[in-house]
Design a binder for this molecule. Structure first.
Ligand code: AMP
Length: 220
């Protein structure tokens, strides 16, 4: 059977290009299930599972967690989630092998890839975003010390827990993550371009402006 009419989006772009912020806006506005492999891995780390223990050191260094671990975690998550309207994949795929795996997962679930949204962002914007990012470990909410500050400095608006800086947002990890992105993830841009699935947005714009661009793509 061919895929159904659900929306399936892949958000592609370097760390700090605004994928997570848009994923949240899109999932709220279009009622899509947001699947962030980074969030899922951080949850495993926080719960101290075997996968979390393996992933922790790799993530702190800014390297990629092995495909086999990420793929099986993702399959499990899709099974658990029931989405009438569709899915947003944020931070997955990260390389061509994962892209092939995503194709399989979509087929198995009778889903078709709608669009791959590529967030093109400049290096100085990425560094400014990541160095100012603060996160709530308890509920996963994201802030930025100047662009999107919490109401009370250092505290989460949603659950009042203390905000922290992700270990992999430190200078060395950021440098490594950008390097890994350039080496492995960039290939995906031409891969999806050839499939005529790629749509480019400017990750340097404000969250509202980027959302408007994506909204137009989805409503065309
Ligand atoms: P993110 O939150 O997307 O920036 O991901 C944080 C870290 O989690 C990355 O630097 C990787 O170590 C790991 N990670 C997230 N998604 C993947 C993936 N699809 N494949 C391998 N590692 C991943």
């Amino acid at each position: 059977m061919a895929g159904d009419s659900r929306i399936v989006l892949v958000l592609l772009g370097p760390p700090g290009s605004g994928k997570g912020t848009q994923a949240k806006l899109l999932s709220d506005n279009f009622n899509l299930v947001h699947i962030s492999t980074g969030d899922l891995l951080r949850r495993e780390v926080a719960q101290g599972t075997d996968l979390g223990k393996k992933a922790k050191i790799i993530m702190e260094k800014g390297e990629l967690v092995p495909d086999s671990l990420v793929n099986s975690m993702l399959k499990g998550e899709i099974k658990r989630q029931d989405s009438k309207n569709g899915f947003i994949f944020d931070g997955y795929p990260r390389n061509l092998k994962q892209a092939a795996q995503l194709d399989n997962i979509l087929k198995q679930n009778k889903l078709d890839l709608s669009w791959v949204i590529y967030f093109k962002a400049s290096l100085n914007v990425i560094i400014q975003r990541l160095s100012g990012r603060r996160v709530c470990e308890a509920c996963g909410a994201n802030y930025h010390i100047t662009n999107m500050p919490p109401k009370v400095a250092g505290r989460c608006d949603l659950c009042n827990e203390e905000l922290i800086q992700r270990k992999d947002d430190s200078k060395d990890s950021v440098r490594k993550r950008i390097e890994v992105y350039d080496e492995q993830t960039k290939d995906l841009v031409s891969f999806y371009e050839k499939q005529l699935k790629l749509r480019v947005v400017s990750g340097d714009l404000s969250a509202q402006e980027v959302f408007k661009e994506i909204d137009k793509i989805l409503k065309k």
